[in-house]
Design a protein around this ligand. Structure first.
Ligand code: BJW
Length: 244
């Protein structure tokens, strides 16, 4: 149970500022049924550590296994819908144009599906494909040979998911825009992230604005927070954003 005075304080900040950044992580999609990144995996994948799978090294060593992990997750995410947390953010932004910058680490596309526009997706999109190695003229993504993963039948180049793995650079335009917004904002809501992965987590450490964490569990960013709301995103966000 979150105390009403903390909720009132955050609602006050939301009313008072026109420069709000929301940084989201896997926890915001938990109530849609998407397991968080560091959650125990289920079924066939229970024995694998996601941190060991989400790397180029793992993909090159065992492309079929890593590709199949993404196919499994694509199928799971394809079946779920945005929840009240995603919807509250989209609704707030459409009622207050230009006031909110939404930055997400999530690759599930649920913010966009909820109607949020201009989402800065720092870690890509799980439904995109791209070539593993710089494509040659023979590499035609639309004509990739079926396989696990699909491949170029001329040179053997492999398709991989269009996400950002550990050790890879984030999309420069999205990261630059997120850093500029974070530095300039008066209020940052940090929702459903463990705060363990950089440079995304660094946004909460470089902002001059008030930092509000929304998470049912402790995070690695709690020391940077002005207010911590210990609750679930799909419950807390509507209370903050839709009850003015
Ligand atoms: C709820 C809830 C509910 C549950 N409501 N909440 C500085 C210091 C140390 C290390 C580094 C550093 N800078 C860079 C690094 C290295 C590395 C890194 O950060 N490593 C750390 C592990 C230490 N970073 C990188 O490698 C990045 N690249 C980079 O820095 O490149 C440099 C470079 C420059 C130029 C050229 C080349 C290179 C890349 C990071 C990419 C991260 N990618 C992933 C995988 C994406 C694809 C996929 O999904 O398969 O992104 S990793 C994974 O972590 C995924 C997530 O987006 C990301 C963050 O996870 P998130 O969202 O926080 O999820 P969880 O599971 O950790 O937490 C869930 C939270 O939800 C929990 O807190 C729950 O309590 C909460 N929760 N239910 C609200 N209902």
């Amino acid at each position: 149970m979150i105390d009403e005075s903390s909720l009132r304080a955050v609602r006050g900040h939301l009313r008072a500022t026109s420069r709000i950044v929301v940084l989201t992580g896997a926890g915001i999609s938990a109530e849609s049924g998407v397991p968080t990144f560091r959650d125990a995996q289920t079924g066939l994948w229970a024995k694998f550590d996601p941190q060991q799978l989400a790397t180029e090294e793992a993909f090159r060593a065992n492309p079929r296994m890593v590709w199949d992990w993404y196919v499994f997750r694509r199928e799971l995410i394809g079946k779920v819908s945005p929840n009240a947390g995603h919807r509250a953010l989209a609704e707030f932004a459409s009622r207050h144009p230009g006031r909110l910058t939404l930055v997400t680490q999530n690759v599930d596309g649920l913010h966009q599906k909820a109607g949020s526009e201009g989402v800065l997706a720092l870690h890509g999109n799980i439904f995109d494909d791209q070539w593993l190695d710089t494509p040659k003229p023979c590499c035609n993504a639309d004509a990739a040979a079926a396989g696990s993963p699909p491949y170029c039948d001329r040179c053997g180049n492999l398709m991989r998911p269009g996400v950002v793995w550990f050790g890879e650079a984030l999309p420069m335009r999205a990261l630059d825009a997120a850093q500029v917004a974070a530095r300039a904002c008066d209020l940052m809501l940090v929702v459903g992230t463990s705060g363990a992965v950089y440079p995304a987590a660094g946004l909460a450490r470089t902002t001059a604005g008030q930092v509000v964490i929304i998470n049912p569990e402790p995070t690695e960013l709690d020391d940077a927070a002005d207010i911590v709301l210990r609750g679930k995103a799909a419950q807390v966000l509507p209370q903050l954003l839709l009850e003015e």
